[in-house]
Each structure stands twice: as C-alpha cells, then as structure tokens.
Design a binder for this molecule. Structure first.
Ligand code: HEC
Length: 213
C-alpha cells in the first residue's frame, strides 16, 4: 500500500483502543469473543503471501460458508452483498483490517464507488461491504468478520459522515453498529475512516487490486 493515508492510519492505529479481537490472530477460529479478547497480537501470525489467483481460489471455496454465516445476523446487507458488484480484482491483504484478505463490494446506489477518488459524496442508501478471511503459512484458512458501511440520512451522525458502520462476526453474531446496539464498539471504525473525510470517509482499494470497468 503506497497511498498517502498510510502515515495517518499508522498514527490512528497506535493511538486507538482498537478491540483486540478485530486484529487478533486466531480470534475467529474459536468463534468466541472472550477468547478473542485474550489475544495479544494485532495481526495474524505468519499471514501467507498468496498470488492473486490463489487468493481468488481460496475465496471461491469459502464464499458460500461465509454468506451462510453472515446471514444469521439477520442484517439485510449481510444477506445480499455477494450479489452486488465487487470492485477488487482478487482478495488482497488489508493491514488495517487485521492482515486479513478482504474484498470490497458496493450496491447499485453506491455505483459511483467505481470512480474511486473521483466518486464524490455517495448518495443516501449507498452500502459497501468488505468481507474477510485469514490464511496462514501453516495452511489455516478461516472466515473473518464482515465490515459494512451504509450511508444514512443527513444528521444521522456528523462524526461518521452519516455512515453507519456495522461489524458482523464470522459466525454471524452481531458485534455492533453506529447509533445502535454495540455502538461504542464500532467507534474505532469512525476514528480511522475520518482520516479520509475529504473523500466521504472512503479509502478505496489499493490501486493494483482495482478492477477496471
Ligand atoms: C485503522 C484504520 C481502519 C479501521 C480501524 C477500520 N477501517 Fe475500514 N478501511 C480502512 C482502509 C485503509 C480501507 C481501504 C483499504 C483496505 O481495504 O485496506 C478501508 C475500507 C473499508 C470499507 C470499504 C469502503 C472504503 O473505504 O473504500 C469498508 C466497508 C470498511 N472499511 C468498513 C470498516 C468497518 C465497519 C470498520 C470497523 C469495524 C472499519 N472499517 C475499521 C481503514 C480502517
């Protein structure tokens, strides 16, 4: 990742009380938050380097399992996001989402996402989904959380740029959402994404992984 937000993100990461479970290595293998919170590391140990096509193959094998689990959360976007447009060419490792491999999807209302830094403010009803999984050098493959952003009506939350952040655990349990249940637990999403306030709080996809349309 070479783009200009990196120093700001590093500072934010260092200063935030980020829930360890988001960044913990095997947090989601055991599926219990309590176990996750006992983890000390912020990132997956020995995260594997995978070529794009290999990452894509791993993901293809996991997609249905992930969809079935996220669906249990009963959140509408968690049930439908895999039918949306996907904007990354293959899963890539996200340093800011626990070194997990991630994908970025956007619904129809958010189609301006395809213009990346030129997208401007996305309209109310825009929804973005980032699913995730881990692969370690020892061959461990585990689904990770689902990260959602949804553009709400003006006035919803000025700190978040009126985005509602939601995090769903890999087993489909609900972790928290802005202005709703578990709101405090997802405040760290707002804190980091605010570094991109000039782009409507969006960071987009590292350039080499952007699909061209
Ligand atoms: C420390 C910084 C940081 C934190 C904390 C963070 N994000 Fe992100 N987020 C990013 C970056 C950087 C990207 C784009 C690149 C990537 O995927 O790594 C991104 C991308 C996204 C996207 C795709 C839309 C976009 O910006 O292009 C969604 C959806 C998302 N994050 C949701 C969340 C949610 C939900 C949380 C909290 C549970 C969260 N993020 C916490 C930095 C962060």
């Amino acid at each position: 990742m070479t783009w200009s937000y990196l120093p700001a993100i590093r500072r934010i990461l260092a200063s935030l009380a980020i829930p360890s479970l988001m960044f913990s290595p095997v947090a989601f293998a055991g599926q219990t938050a309590q176990r996750a919170e006992t983890q000390e590391h912020f990132v997956a140990p020995n995260p594997a380097e995978l070529a794009g096509d290999t990452a894509e193959e791993v993901y293809a094998g996991l997609m249905k399992t992930m969809a079935d689990a996220y669906r249990l959360s009963d959140k509408v976007h968690a049930k439908t996001y895999q039918a949306w447009e996907r904007y990354n060419s293959s899963p890539y490792r996200s340093a800011t989402h626990g070194q997990r491999f991630v994908n970025n999807y956007a619904n129809k209302t958010a189609k301006a996402y395809s213009r990346y830094e030129a997208a401007g403010q996305l309209p109310v009803g825009s929804a973005l989904a980032k699913d995730s999984f881990t692969v370690t050098n020892s061959g461990g493959i585990n689904p990770g959380p689902l990260f959602l952003m949804e553009k709400m009506a003006p006035g919803f939350n000025s700190e978040s740029g009126d985005w509602r952040y939601t995090m769903i655990m890999p087993d489909g349990s609900f972790y928290g959402e802005t202005n709703g249940e578990g709101s405090k637990q997802v405040e760290f999403c707002i804190s980091c994404h605010r570094a991109a306030a000039k782009n409507d709080h969006l960071f987009f996809i590292p350039k080499t992984y952007r699909r061209s349309f």
